[in-house]
Design a protein around this ligand. Structure first.
Ligand code: IMP
Ligand code: MG
Length: 183
């Protein structure tokens, strides 16, 4: 779905479909080199990372498996609570495997730093993170992110998997949500 469809709800397009496509291809190249010859398990974080995971995995030129986790840190608001709950756990056993967490966006970084330690504690051979988007606050938390698609300003964004109250996920680009929608 195009941003034009919900134009009144979006104040600015931050990342276009074309920019995403180009960047995803670059990331897939780098990731493919890093994991060549290794047993790679992509762990997508539901539901925001669905689009990114689908495109990134298909752009990879090495074999990989896909699994999914659902965690909650936000409720339905727009500010991170820091409380992480597992809503859906992995089907796969990560013991001895190279895990790449695929995330839509890092804001406070609380969700990811918790998730990375959780997967490390299960005995993964390695745990790395790739995120499509990163907000400035992420720098404050000690979470090592191997790959970042785009650094964006501290705004609430939607589209390409990212939602507000489950809406806007199907947009093909990423835009800033008009504050009027959530205030
Ligand atoms: P963190 O724990 O603050 O890093 O929050 C990360 C999670 O919050 C992401 O996986 C998203 O689901 C959600 N999130 C953070 N910022 C945004 C945003 O701007 N738009 C939509 N979801 C967001
Ligand atoms: Mg969300």
């Amino acid at each position: 779905m195009n941003l034009e469809t919900v134009k009144q709800d979006i104040t600015q397009v931050l990342v276009t479909e074309e920019q995403i496509k180009k960047r995803v291809a670059e990331l897939a190249q780098e990731i493919g080199k890093k994991y060549a010859g290794k047993d790679l398990l992509l762990v997508g974080v539901l539901k925001g990372a669905v689009m990114f995971m689908a495109d990134l995995s298909r752009a990879l030129e090495i074999p990989a498996q896909m699994d999914w986790m659902a965690v909650s840190s936000y409720g339905s608001g727009t500010v991170s609570s820091g409380v992480v709950r597992i809503l859906k756990d992995l089907d796969a056993d990560v013991l001895g495997r190279h895990v790449l967490i695929v995330e839509d966006i890092i804001d406070s970084g609380l969700t990811l730093s918790w998730l990375a330690s959780n997967l490390e504690a299960r005995g993964a051979a390695s745990v790395e993170i790739v995120t499509l988007l990163r907000k400035p606050d992420a720098a404050k938390v000690e979470v090592a992110v191997a790959w970042v698609g785009f650094d964006i300003p501290n705004e609430f964004v939607v589209g390409y998997g990212l939602d507000y109250n489950e809406n806007y996920r199907t947009l093909t680009s990423v835009g800033i949500l008009a504050p009027a929608v959530y205030s």
